[in-house]
Ligand binder design. Structure first.
Ligand SMILES: Nc1nc2c(ncn2[C@@H]2O[C@H](COP(=O)(O)OP(=O)(O)O)[C@@H](O)[C@H]2O)c(=O)[nH]1
Ligand SMILES: [Mg+2]
Length: 277
């Protein structure tokens, strides 16, 4: 993971605050005892075109995912590297300037179920460059499709980092402003940079694996789609009891149902959120 210790706070009080926050994070991570994972299961998330598929290829060390702007389905691929299995699920991106159709939303959520029993990490792929509050809101909406607990299992992966040239990613984060920092804080300030021009076994993959192991140690396990599903059912039951009129209206928004059990977390609550847009 990018080392927060390389941060050099300047006079800007906001930057000093960020630095302090990251120091706390460093201290906390140092206390965590990590265990080497024999299998690492990852789900790539992001809007369309930030480099999810290419990042998947970088991780796998070969061209497994097609670079296509209009991908509609999740794709699962795996490799053996340095004595462990790495499973990567590429998901269709969400739409950045219009509502994401519910079929896409369901397919994105299905990505987690392709990593049974559950993904170790969601990699939220963000290209460096302009990041606005609209991007933040879209991330909140779409990552939120997996439920509240997903944030603890998510780390931000910056792509297109070559555009930074000599600027450190920490400085970039500080300069980019509140919306990006909001996302990072939501992800426990976990982030790293992936250089998509270098494939296969290399230090950046080792860093990624370490970051995932740290996160798993911190959270105490993997993200479990089934558990989320149970929780959502309970919530839906409670909502129904409290306000019986609301549930059928949301259910109508679901449209055609995907395969059985294929979208464990696309819940009434979520659709209410996207339906309000
Ligand atoms: N230069 C550069 N190009 C990238 C990077 N990541 C992705 N791309 C390019 O951006 C385009 C979209 O990438 P893709 O992985 O298909 O995006 P996806 O829609 O998120 O899966 C492709 O032309 C990639 O070659 C990166 O880190 N650096
Ligand atoms: Mg793609």
């Amino acid at each position: 993971m990018s080392s927060p210790t390389s941060l050099c706070p300047e006079d800007d009080p906001e930057e000093v605050q960020t630095a302090c926050l990251e120091e706390v994070q460093t201290t906390r991570l140092e206390e965590v005892q990590t265990t080497r994972l024999e299998e690492v299961r990852l789900v790539l998330l992001g809007w369309r075109w930030p480099g999810k598929s290419l990042t998947g290829n970088t991780i796998l060390g070969r061209e497994e995912f097609r670079l296509e702007r209009a991908a509609e389905f999740c794709v699962r691929r795996q490799t053996e590297t340095e004595g462990r299995r790495v499973v990567v699920v590429d998901t269709p991106g969400w739409f950045s300037s219009q509502d994401t159709p519910s079929t896409y939303q369901k397919e994105i959520v299905r990505g987690a179920s392709l990593c049974a029993p559950g993904p170790h990490a969601f990699l939220l792929v963000v290209p460096v460059g302009m990041f606005c509050d609209g991007d933040r809101a879209r991330i909140e909406e779409h990552v939120g499709l997996f439920g509240e607990r997903v944030w603890k299992h998510t780390l931000v992966v910056f792509t297109w980092a070559e555009v930074l040239k000599d600027i450190s990613v920490e400085r970039y984060i500080r300069r980019e402003g509140g919306p990006l920092r909001w996302v990072l804080e939501r992800c426990g300030n976990r982030y790293l940079v992936i250089n998509n021009n270098v494939w296969g076994e290399n230090p950046q993959l080792a860093r990624l694996m370490e970051a995932v192991e740290e996160m798993v140690a911190e959270v105490g396990g993997v993200y479990l789609p089934q558990e989320e599903q149970e929780e959502v059912k309970e919530e839906a039951k409670m909502d129904e009891n409290q306000n019986p009129q609301e549930a059928p209206a949301d259910a109508r928004d679901l449209g055609a149902r995907p395969k059985q059990n294929s979208a464990p977390r696309l819940c009434n609550k979520t659709l209410q959120v996207s339906g309000n847009k």
